[in-house]
Design a protein around this ligand. Structure first.
Ligand code: NAD
Length: 499
């Protein structure tokens, strides 16, 4: 059946670059396979060259002065029109996202819902947040304005391609910046559809899109006309980017990896089935491929055995592995082969060190399972506190559960990580808040974790090697402006400076 967006169900989707308002057909393109069935090609995206990246940056630089001077009301109206169109197209977007990514349909719908919530929050808040301040005081007058930064290079990862691109597009454009976006080759299609629909509502050059790997990324992070980099991805990649951007001292927001812990206090009720289900979801939503998933669980020794028993019960109930398009499925395939092999390697390593690996959940379609990048979710018991499965970010469907003896020990175990993105504490609220206050992380949730506790009205980001700066919330808008102070002192000639 022909679809309104030109997308034919189950036919390959063709993504293009967008440079200065034009769709650009690149010389080379790459295929994106369906991770649930890699023999099926979901679509194609261009392999853009460095020259095309430069053209996109130059288009953004040319569009910037005019766009920066557009009234905020007009910017908001354009963005709101784009959101309305995206909402109408949501059923098609989420199907394409599930096909190329592997996440279950409900999960794609959740990603779109978070994207819309954030874009609308930014539309509602931007005028108030960027309102200039005029202060009359005893030494004259001071005007503080919030000026756009300039051309922003936005680089996004594969795990939440739409949410982690719109998290950058909305505040950047609303604040008067222009942008070149580069999504990940592991999920380039649905985000291209979304970016095209947004770009169409703005003047040419305001929002550009290029595809490709590190080569294009390097251009976006070194070009002198790029003023800011908004990057979400791995900590290793961010180290290259920081070095690349040093030459021209670019502004940066970096949202990076995490090894988020869930700390389960003795006061946690292991018989609370809803809470246990939330914990399981905190570990396995999006097949464990979320920066803010709980990737290690520390449980107080006094409740450890009963916790594990009840956790397995809850996991076996919630985890149903299979096709993203089967409405009974909660966990899809891993997004790509390299990630699958990395997670398998971590599990094999844990086993070789003597840990016990317990399979969780049910496989709904064994034939499909054998074809795709599927991995049955597992729980790892008996790992050492410093084994790779515990200290590395696994980013996949496996989780180590470890005992602890007292608060001091678990806080130390938590904080010795090089990461500090999110975390969660489970149990009596007051005790949990007491522990949370001592945790080094950007966010700590109480009795929930990961996307379940996300609130786009509040800032999100990491400490230590989990990142620099914040997205979401008022800070997520402010990170796209420079504070500009205009002083009009009444005392023009200072008495202590000699004539
Ligand atoms: P990645 O670092 O491999 O890739 C991210 C993006 O950077 C991709 O678009 C990639 O093509 C691009 N890139 C690669 N090399 C580059 C270079 N030299 N210069 C510029 N760009 C370059 O990350 P990934 O595998 O796509 O995503 C998974 C990682 O992202 C995990 O570590 C996860 O924790 C992290 N993540 C963090 C957050 C957060 O908000 N903190 C959210 C989601 C994912």
């Amino acid at each position: 059946m022909e679809r309104r967006l030109g997308l034919v169900a189950n036919e390959p989707f063709i993504a293009y670059a967008i440079i200065n308002g034009e769709q650009v057909r690149a010389e080379k393109r790459f295929a994106r396979e369906n991770p649930a069935n890699p023999a099926e090609i979901v679509g194609y995206a261009p392999v853009n060259t460095r020259e095309e990246a430069v053209r996109a940056i130059e288009a953004a630089a040319e569009a910037f002065p005019k766009w920066a001077n557009t009234a905020i009301d007009e910017r908001v109206q354009r963005m709101q029109r784009a959101i309305d169109k995206l909402k109408e197209a949501a059923p098609e977007i989420k199907r394409l996202l599930s096909r190329e990514h592997g996440k279950a349909l409900y999960d794609s719908e959740g990603e779109l819902a978070v994207s819309f919530m954030w874009m609308e929050f930014a539309c509602r808040m931007v005028k108030e947040v960027l309102q200039e301040k005029v202060k009359q005081h005893e030494r004259g007058k001071t005007i503080i304005t919030y000026d756009p930064v300039g051309v922003v290079s936005a680089i996004s990862p594969w795990n939440y391609p739409i949410a982690l691109s719109t998290i950058k597009i909305a505040p950047a454009l609303l604040a008067g910046n222009t942008m070149v976006l580069k999504p990940s080759p592991y999920a380039p299609l649905a985000v291209s559809m979304v970016t095209k629909m947004i770009a169409d509502e703005f003047p040419p050059g305001v929002l550009n899109l290029v595809h490709g790997e590190a080569e294009v990324g390097v251009e976006l992070t070194t070009h002198p006309k790029v003023a800011k980099i908004a990057f979400t991805g791995g900590t290793k990649t961010a180290k290259h980017i920081m070095k690349a951007a040093a030459e021209t001292i670019k502004k940066m927001t970096l949202e990076l990896g995490g090894n988020d812990a869930a700390i389960v206090l003795p006061s946690f009720d292991v018989y609370d089935a809803r809470a246990m289900r939330r914990l399981v979801i905190s570990n396995f939503l999006t097949t464990g491929q979320i920066c803010m998933i709980a990737k290690r669980v520390y449980v107080h020794r006094s409740i450890f055995d009963s916790f594990v028993e009840k956790y397995i019960e809850a996991a076996n109930q919630w985890i149903r592995v299979g096709s993203p398009f089967n409405p009974d499925v909660t966990v899809g395939p891993v997004n790509n082969k390299a990630q699958l092999e990395y997670v398998q390697g971590l599990i094999a390593d844990a086993e070789s060190r003597g840990a016990k690996v317990i399979k969780l959940g049910r496989i709904l379609d064994p034939d499909l399972f054998a074809k795709g990048y599927f991995l049955q979710p597992t729980l790892v018991l008996g790992a050492d506190y410093h084994d790779p499965i515990v200290v590395e970010e696994q980013f996949g469907p496996t989780v180590p559960i470890l005992p602890f003896d007292d608060e001091e020990q678990v806080i130390a175990l938590h904080n010795e990580s090089i990461y500090g993105l999110t975390s969660s504490v489970w149990g009596d609220e007051e005790e949990a808040i007491r522990v949370a206050r001592r945790i080094e992380a950007g966010t700590t949730m109480i009795n929930t974790a990961a996307v379940q506790g996300l609130d786009v009205r509040f800032p999100f980001g990491g400490v230590k090697q989990s990142g620099v700066g914040r997205e979401y919330g008022v800070e997520g808008i402010m990170s796209y402006v420079e504070t500009h102070v205009i002083h009009v002192p009444t005392e023009l000639d200072l008495p202590y400076i000699p004539e």
